[in-house]
Structures are given as structure tokens and as C-alpha cells.
Design a protein around this ligand. Structure first.
Ligand code: NAD
Ligand code: ZN
Length: 344
């Protein structure tokens, strides 16, 4: 089968022919119908081989949708041809966090060598994808897999990040979204669907600001040195009760701190390496800073339900597996609008 692989440090991804996997006992084989391309892959591939953490070549892709192609021995509750999306942050299934479906915070995954598909285990940018356990699949029925697959990460990550702050998003409050890419544009839609907050979106190019407006932002402004003043003006000087930073680079983390209100949540989702000095006088009183990772199984189910009701619609650009090197190059240079989805 065809698979998009990270092969060598510093080199573009390669589309290679590799053997299709077969499901062992308890496993499920999917024929991939759509796979999303995340900026995190670029971060992963930018790390030198010594701290890469996974064995190369690695099939990329941690957003997967597919139909069940084969069932391993003992798997029940799924039928051949069922349409599903993949819950990516695989855990052990039995620790305290996993028992609540919060496998993204599994306490034993590292020790047991359990890795998400595309981030250690073979990923979804391929014709077939092996799933370790049927609990990592969520049925999507007749939803379009291409529009639904981004919800598994570009949707689930902001959903989790927003849900934990909903008590701060009272009527009259403001949420700031920095970076309106794959995650950010769905973040804007989720803020509108889940809260009464004013939503202000910031990005560096006009096409991203246009996507922010189309996604429901009340105000979309250029992310530059003057942006924090505009946010202050739009909030009667108070700042935002929730600031979501979907870039996480030094300029955006600095900007996030300038936009945050007293008693706010400052939530850094982007893995851009920016740091924030925390201490009295450095951030507003009672501002909580956090770095959430992905989301829970239950949250993915909730999100698929939201999509079925039409409350979230990922904006996608579609490509073939063969286009993967170009897609990563475009993503790196900020030239993907919404989420890039590869269709095998
Ligand atoms: P993306 O490239 O689609 O979107 C990033 C957006 O940030 C782009 O629109 C870009 O123009 C914008 N941006 C860049 N610099 C900016 C600046 N100075 N000011 C404002 N906007 C700026 O990437 P994505 O796939 O949406 O991922 C976003 C980030 O989240 C990445 O760092 C990714 O690694 C990370 N991520 C984290 C998690 C998690 O669990 N914490 C999960 C998925 C992705
Ligand atoms: Zn991701």
C-alpha cells in the first residue's frame, strides 16, 4: 500500500510502497477514507534524530477516518464497512485517567510504549491503518469523512481547551483566538457554539482573517504589536477571560499575556517553543496558565454529535497521498487555509 513516511531528518516526507498491515487478535484494520495533516508533524520532524523519540521510517498522520476492512480475532460490536473516525491519543485503557476516557493523560502509555498513530505507531496517511483496540473508534454514520476527520485533533484539541474554561465565558466576556489555522478556525466555531462570549481572532494574513470571520469571529485583526491595544479597546480595558494561543511562538505567547484579563485562563495549545515568565506583576491577578494536550474519548463523541447538528464544519483543502510533500511545505509556509486532508 501507499504510505506517507518521515524517513530522514531534514528531508521532505516520502510517499512509499509498504506492506499493508493485518489485524491481530483484538485489533481492527481500517481502509482509510480521509486523513488530516497537522502542524505538529512539522514540529516532530524538526527535532534532531537523537531526540526524535520514534523509530524512522514512520508513517505519519494522527487524524484518521476510514471504513472497517477487517476484524481481528475476538473483536465484536463493529461490522465490515462501518464508517468511523479514530481517537488518537491511545492509552493503556486501565489507569485512572483512561478509566474516565481521558487517555490523552494516560499515566502508563510512555512506560508501556503505547504511541498514537502517526506519532510513534504507524499513522493514517496511508491506504490502510491498524487500530489497536475498537474503543479507539467512533462511528460517524453518513457524515462526510473528509469534513469530519479534522475533528479528531484540530477539533478535539480546541474542544477540550475551551470546555475546561466554559465557566469563564459568561455573557459579556471575551475569548481571544491567536492563530486561525487548522485548530484555530474550529476553535472559533466551538466558542460560538458553546458560549455567549465575544470572539476576537488574530492571525498574520488576510485569508486567515477571512476564514476567522466566516467561522464566526466577531472581530478578526492582524496579529502585531498593536493587537493587544485593540483587544483592550474591544473589552472596555479589561482584556479577555480566555486567551487561546494556537501558535505558541514567542510573539504570540507575549501577545497572549497582554490580552489576558484578571481571573482569566491563558491556554497555550501551539507547540511553538514560546515561554512565559509567571510571577506577581508579570501576568494578571489569578490568571491560570495551562498547556492542554488533545482531548478525551467522550469529548470526541460529543464533538461528532455537534458536527451532526451542523454546529461545527471544518474548512478543508483536499489532496491525494502523492501530494503530501507539497502539502507539508505549504503548511510550513502558512499556505493552507483551514485543514489539509489527504484522500487515498
Ligand atoms: P496551522 O499551521 O494550521 O495553524 C497555525 C496558525 O497560526 C496559522 O494560521 C498561522 O498563520 C498562525 N500564526 C503563526 N504565527 C502567528 C502569529 N505570530 N500571530 C498569529 N497567528 C500566527 O497549525 P495547526 O495544525 O492548527 O496547529 C496549531 C498548533 O497547535 C501547532 O503548534 C501544533 O503543533 C499545535 N497542536 C497542539 C496540540 C495539543 O494537543 N496541544 C494538538 C494539535 C496541534
Ligand atoms: Zn495534531
Amino acid at each position: 500500500m501507499k504510505a506517507v513516511q518521515y524517513v530522514e531528518f531534514g528531508k521532505p516526507v516520502e510517499v512509499r510502497e509498504i506492506p499493508a498491515p493485518e489485524p491481530g487478535p483484538g485489533q481492527v484494520l481500517l481502509r482509510v477514507t480521509a486523513a488530516g495533516v497537522c502542524h505538529s508533524d512539522i514540529f516532530v520532524m524538526s527535532r534532531p534524530p537523537a531526540d526524535f523519540g520514534f523509530a524512522a521510517p514512520l508513517t505519519l498522520g494522527h487524524e484518521g477516518a476510514g471504513v472497517v476492512a477487517a476484524l481481528g480475532e475476538g473483536v465484536t460490536g463493529l461490522g465490515i464497512g462501518d464508517a468511523v473516525v479514530v481517537y488518537g491519543p491511545w492509552g493503556c485503557g486501565t489507569c485512572h485517567a483512561c478509566a474516565q476516557g481521558r487517555e490523552n493523560y494516560c499515566s502508563r502509555a510512555a512506560e508501556l510504549g503505547i504511541r498514537p498513530p502517526g506519532l510513534g505507531a504507524p499513522g493514517a496517511l496511508a491506504e490502510y491503518l491498524l487500530i489497536d483496540d475498537p474503543r479507539h473508534l467512533v462511528p460517524i454514520g453518513d457524515l462526510d469523512p473528509v469534513r469530519t476527520v479534522p475533528l479528531t485533533d484540530a477539533g478535539l484539541t480546541p474542544y477540550h481547551a475551551i470546555k475546561r474554561s466554559l465557566d469563564k465565558l459568561y455573557a459579556g466576556s471575551t475569548a481571544v483566538v491567536i492563530g486561525v489555522g487548522g485548530l484555530g478556525h474550529i476553535g472559533v466555531q466551538l466558542l460560538r457554539a458553546l458560549s455567549a462570549a465575544q470572539v476576537i481572532a488574530l492571525d498574520v494574513s488576510e485569508d486567515k482573517l477571512e476564514l476567522a470571520r466566516a467561522s464566526g469571529a466577531h472581530l478578526a485583526i492582524t496579529s502585531d504589536a498593536g493587537a493587544a491595544d485593540i483587544v483592550r479597546e474591544a473589552t472596555d480595558g479589561r482584556g479577555a477571560q480566555l486567551v487561546l494561543d494556537f501558535a505558541g511562538v514567542q510573539p504570540t505567547v507575549d501577545l497572549a499575556a497582554k490580552c489576558a484579563a484578571v481571573e482569566s485562563d491563558l491556554t497555550i495549545v501551539g507547540i511553538g517553543g514560546g515561554t512565559l515568565p509567571v510571577g506577581f506583576g508579570l501576568i494578571p491577578y489569578e490568571c491560570s496558565v495551562s498547556t492542554p494536550y488533545w482531548g478525551s474519548r467522550a469529548e470526541l463523541i460529543e464533538l461528532i454529535d455537534l458536527a451532526r447538528r451542523g454546529a461545527v464544519k471544518a474548512h478543508v483543502e483536499t489532496f491525494a497521498l502523492d501530494d503530501a510533500p507539497e502539502v507539508y511545505d505549504r503548511l510550513h509556509h502558512g499556505r493552507i487555509n483551514g485543514r489539509a486532508v489527504l484522500v487515498p
